[in-house]
Design a protein around this ligand. Structure first.
Ligand code: SAM
Length: 239
């Protein structure tokens, strides 16, 4: 598997991704605003609108990090479990939830590839800007399918590749030249942001990722590009 451009053993990738997020956890939210010019907030609003969480639904927000998606769903009355492999990210999330008076969330340390959760237990599974960091993506998608109830839905938000002419190239230049420098200035860790940029470049195209969702057992799969596919929403249903 790859960590950035370097080929490493799977366990090594998982360990390095762990270090990336432990290193940036305390400045993660500020960096998202800086890197996207605040746009990530709009993408997340749109994503949660698409998931359409209803009151009382049991939703697993995987790779939930500092809680951005979970908070939006909890405010709509869903019963949200935030799971992430990194306890440092979850700790920042817990603090933020406290400040916002959101106390009904459950927080769990979980690896998306091997969930310690029962079969058929969630109405929806969300993962935002998380799946590209997972070492074995097909395993994570199979686990998502397993823990969803029949009739349950999977929604993925992830960076992809813009199919707008010229836009993808302009973004690549911005990502390669600006993001690691801003990351270095704000978190003192430019290498972690270098990894994040390269992991975006390696992520499969929209049609290919939709096919992977189907291979994990999901039906009625689909995707919707944002900014031509710079970011994309993907989904599938467990029938
Ligand atoms: N969903 C949040 C958001 O949209 O702001 C956080 C996204 S953050 C870019 C990616 C998260 O994926 C990190 O918190 C990281 O710890 C988590 N992650 C990486 N590999 C994982 C894995 N195998 N299982 C669960 N979480 C993982």
């Amino acid at each position: 598997v790859y960590f950035g451009d370097e080929q490493v053993a799977p366990a090594e990738k998982t360990a390095r991704v762990g270090r990336v997020f432990s290193s940036v956890a305390s400045r993660y939210d500020l960096m998202n605003d800086l890197m996207s010019g605040g746009l990530h907030r709009l993408w997340k609003d749109r994503f949660v609108g698409k998931v359409n969480p209803r009151k009382g639904e049991a939703i697993l927000d995987m790779a939930g990090g500092t809680g951005d998606i979970a908070f939006r769903m909890a405010r709509r009355g869903a019963d949200v479990t935030v799971a992430d492999i990194n306890p440092d990210m979850l700790e920042v999330g817990r603090e933020r939830a406290g400040k916002r008076g959101l106390d009904g969330l459950r927080w769990r340390v979980e690896n998306a590839e091997t969930l310690n959760l029962e079969d058929n237990s969630f109405d929806a599974y969300t993962i935002a800007f998380g799946i590209r960091n997972v070492t074995d993506i097909p395993a994570a998608l199979r686990e998502a399918h397993r823990v969803l109830k029949p009739g349950g839905r999977l929604y993925v938000l992830e960076f992809s590749t813009s199919e707008w002419p010229g836009f993808g190239n302009a973004y690549d230049l911005y990502a390669e030249n600006v993001i690691p420098k801003v990351g270095e200035a704000v978190t003192g860790d430019g290498d972690s942001y270098q990894y994040l940029v390269e992991s975006i470049r390696r992520f499969p195209r929209m049609a290919e990722f939709e096919r992977m969702i189907g291979e994990a057992g999901f039906e009625r799969t689909g995707h919707e590009p944002i900014l031509g596919g710079l970011v994309a929403m993907h989904w599938g249903w467990k029938i």
